[in-house]
Ligand binder design. Structure first.
Ligand code: MLT
Length: 336
């Protein structure tokens, strides 16, 4: 009889959720980062994953799966079993610009995920090798324009944040550099420090320590106000290129079909991480933006993704090689 009752309880769920789900997580969780280790997506992922691992009582293990501007790793995440053991860190490229530049993309950012929440906003900074002779942004624009294809610009693949935002920068400034592709802006930054490439447009969280150490040069940040993490770096408006106002974002997603209970546990763990003083400080010290609290929830993130796909589709659809000719209408508005 006891056995029969247990079977009935299991099959009908009258004792609550299925035991396997109630016990989740019973083993480590994989978080796919769709770019190389050491870059901005990886940095944000490792900071929040460390805190979330403590809350969940299981390690979140980062797996770097790079390629095709981040879409290779995100495709893998979208197609993973929706059991809570594979999640990913997506961003403005993989979940905003990608559908407009990859017609054969195998996932729909608006439909194929269970959004968990925004981890951080990441303003874009225009940076160059430390011995680049230009003293300010105006002189820098003149130099890269004059240098033509002798100038080397680093990016993380078509559709990535660095590619899309530097496409915009090149188009606004009239530069036509040689565009050098990397598996992420982590390795690209190494080459910028080494002087093998001339410049890039990258997310601030990848750059602050190098800018502070003087191993690379920052010309401007694409924000309306200066970043507290880089108070000496002018905004693009101050530096004479007001049209270049771009901030990216990084957010956690699970595959579509992940149970609401697991989504809630992941969301609660993320919100706890983003309320934690040490975790917040680590993100803020790197220039990350934690102000869009509305998008830190699953519903808020879904709204952000829908608006970002529409925004980038407008700018990129029909653009040559995924290169926007004009700035997107407005920076990603906080989803309310
Ligand atoms: C990008 O350009 O999309 C990112 O910088 C990629 C990365 O995290 O390396």
């Amino acid at each position: 009889m006891k056995k029969l009752l247990a079977v009935v309880a299991l099959t009908t769920g009258i004792l609550g959720a299925a035991p396997a789900q109630a016990a989740w997580p019973e083993r480590p969780i994989t978080m796919i980062v769709p770019f190389a280790a050491g870059g901005p997506t990886d940095v944000v992922a490792r900071i929040v994953a460390e805190n979330m691992s403590r809350t969940l009582g299981q390690q979140i293990v980062i797996e770097n799966v790079s390629g095709a501007g981040g879409t290779t790793g995100i495709t893998r995440a979208a197609q993973a079993a929706p059991d809570g053991y594979t999640i990913c860190m997506g961003h403005m490229g993989t979940h905003g610009a990608a559908p407009a530049v990859y017609p054969d993309i195998k996932y729909d950012p608006t439909k194929d995920f269970a959004p968990i929440g925004l981890a951080a906003g990441t303003p874009i900074v225009i940076v160059a090798r430390k011995d680049f002779p230009a003293k300010d942004l105006k002189a820098f624009v003149a130099a890269i324009k004059a240098g033509g294809e002798k100038m080397n610009e680093a990016h993380a693949g078509v559709g990535s944040v660095s590619f899309t935002t530097c496409s915009l920068f090149n188009s606004l400034s009239g530069a036509k550099p040689t565009r050098v592709v990397y598996r992420g802006t982590g390795p690209a930054l190494n080459d910028l420090v080494g002087g093998q490439v001339d410049y890039m447009c990258d997310q601030i969280v990848n750059l602050v320590p190098q800018i502070q150490a003087g191993t690379i040069k920052a010309y401007a940040v694409g924000l309306p106000e200066r970043s507290p993490a880089l108070p000496d770096v002018p905004t693009t408006k101050e530096a004479g290129l007001p049209e270049f106002q771009v901030s990216a974002w990084n957010a956690i997603f699970a595959p579509k079909g992940t149970s609401p209970e697991i989504v809630k546990k992941l969301s609660d763990a993320l919100l706890k991480a983003l309320a934690d003083t040490t975790t917040r400080k680590r993100i803020l010290d790197l220039g990350g933006d934690l102000s869009n609290t509305a998008a830190q929830t699953p519903d808020g993130l879904q709204k952000l993704v829908v608006s970002e796909v529409a925004r980038w589709n407008k700018v990129l659809k029909g653009a040559t090689a995924g290169i926007p000719a004009a700035a997107p209408a407005a920076p990603a508005a906080p989803a309310k």
